[in-house]
Design a protein around this ligand. Sequence first.
Ligand code: NAP
Length: 270
Amino acid sequence: MQLHDARVVLTGASGGIGMAITDALCAAGSRVLAVARHQQALAPMLERYPDTLCWVAADLTSLSDRRKVLAAAAEAIGGVNLLINAAGVNHFAMLEQLDDGDIDAMLAVNISAPICLTKLLLPLLKQADSAMVVNVGSTYGSIGYAGYASYCASKFALRGFSEALRRELADTRVNVLYVAPRATRTSMNSAAAQALNDALKASVDDPQAVASAVIHAIAGDRRDLYLGWPERFFVRLNNLLPHLVDRGLRKQLPLIRRLSEKPDNESLKP
Ligand SMILES: NC(=O)c1ccc[n+]([C@@H]2O[C@H](COP(=O)([O-])OP(=O)(O)OC[C@H]3O[C@@H](n4cnc5c(N)ncnc54)[C@H](OP(=O)(O)O)[C@@H]3O)[C@@H](O)[C@H]2O)c1
């Protein structure tokens, strides 16, 4: 896809990864409709790109707000040929620590919203000469990890949705790209989640590096993008020899439990 021709609807645009993608797309000449509930973080970029960037306030879990996004795409950027579903929420916590509201809200944002928004925008996407849906998943969409059970469930679902939709759209001009970042330095990760990454010496990417890889994958019409070589290796290993991964992760369980259950783990509320 030619980025300078792109008319982009980007959810999660006020977040760490979303803002970096917004910046990269605007710099490449795309017209971008930034979707988020809050505008504050986007304000400097809205000033920097007054002609090509606009924002619509939307809670993606609401049907009427998703319809607002559809209307804004038609009015503000003249249609859409690139939908990037990057909004997401995560709580690092053992399952029993989460109340049902936390779980419902996570599933609503991470899986119901991108499915329903994609459905709503598909007629517009299909009108374009070439179009793409990009779903931002996670390494945790391929590896089940303690402390992230419902988040993993949502990202496994997003990966399945992406694969099925790609096959469903195989005879159209709409491609589907599934992106799986590894840990990335954004406010999504609570102090406890960061402490776990530190303790495990896990690599943490800058959002700009993730954005750059995503932009290249879009420009190259890729079907998937998995970031980080050890993570890619563990995804393969988990597919082939899950018992080996079970054993490795079992050793991390006391640490995961201790950090997630610390009284100052504030990850339970966004
Ligand atoms: N950070 C990581 O370590 C990491 C790793 C792998 C994958 N990912 C994935 O990458 C994506 C971006 O993550 P991030 O780290 O950039 O997260 P972030 O900084 O926490 O940003 C989250 C974004 O989601 C939006 N959002 C949340 N709830 C929403 C709702 N109900 N309606 C509309 N928008 C909503 C937020 O916007 P408002 O609050 O303004 O609405 C914000 O723009 C997510 O899908 C995440 O799962 C992140």
